[in-house]
Design a protein around this ligand. Structure first.
Ligand code: ATP
Ligand code: MG
Length: 210
């Protein structure tokens, strides 16, 4: 069976693409063979995995890729059950459109502020373009870094309603454990109880999209 391919994209920097990529992939690999494609020239996903100690490597292989993304993805589709592509924070290269054209689902992490959401608006055009060649592709906003005890502001709810793309029902809270697990080259699934609440929210996202 061909892999399900996810692109994690937002041309706005620092919204949580790599954090979502790595934790989402770590959750998916408990269900089937999973690959992370680091399509960001910054190489953050590969660096993240590189921080893992030799005796406990990151549970998913990370492959660095910029050129020939489309061709290589065809090959990965045969060998894996899930492929997760970490896209760069720009729309000025071919990488993001290529990744979207090859994906079943695009996940767009956004910070829970209307200003950040507005900065991501241009992405909706890129998604529309990708849908011309890949009409079955689905795209969802994923709210990241929600403050645990504060609900979404009304301004944010309004901004989400104006955005052309739907949002997932599940979101990620702002939790220090996302940062510390990254420093350890690990995921929130690999650090025991400390990561349990975060792992549960990643699981909920996985269940919502697969
Ligand atoms: N839910 C969260 N809770 C706490 N910290 C988070 C969360 N999500 C992301 N971060 C932190 O925010 C910073 C930016 O996240 P990340 O690197 O995943 O974003 P990015 O979109 O991949 O950035 P870039 O655009 O540079 O590729 C990192 O320091 C990360 O650890
Ligand atoms: Mg990144």
């Amino acid at each position: 069976m061909a892999a399900k391919v996810f692109a994690i994209s937002n041309q706005k920097g620092g919204t949580g693409k790599t954090t979502l990529t790595m934790n989402f992939a770590a959750g998916l690999c408990q269900r089937g063979r999973t690959l992370v494609v680091d399509a960001d020239p910054q190489g953050s996903a590969a660096q993240w995995a590189g921080l893992a100690p030799d005796e406990s490597p990151f549970p998913v292989s990370v492959i660095t890729m910029a050129g020939n993304l489309a061709r290589e993805l065809n090959r990965f589709r045969e060998d894996y059950q899930y492929v997760v592509i970490d896209c760069p924070p720009t729309l000025d290269s071919e990488i993001t459109p290529l990744a979207m054209s090859a994906s079943d689902t695009v996940l767009i992490p956004v910070l829970p502020s209307p200003v950040d959401l507005w900065a991501s608006m241009k992405l909706a055009q890129t998604i529309e373009q990708a849908k011309l060649t890949n009409p079955a592709m689905q795209a969802y906003l994923v709210i990241n870094q929600l403050e645990p005890r504060s609900a979404l502001s009304r301004a944010m709810q309004q901004a989400l309603a104006e955005f052309d793309l739907p949002s997932l029902q599940n979101w990620l809270c702002r939790r220090a454990i996302y940062r510390t697990s990254a420093i350890e080259g690990n995921s929130v699934f690999g650090i025991g109880k400390r990561g349990a609440a975060a792992a549960q929210e990643i699981e909920s996202i996985i269940e919502e999209v697969i």
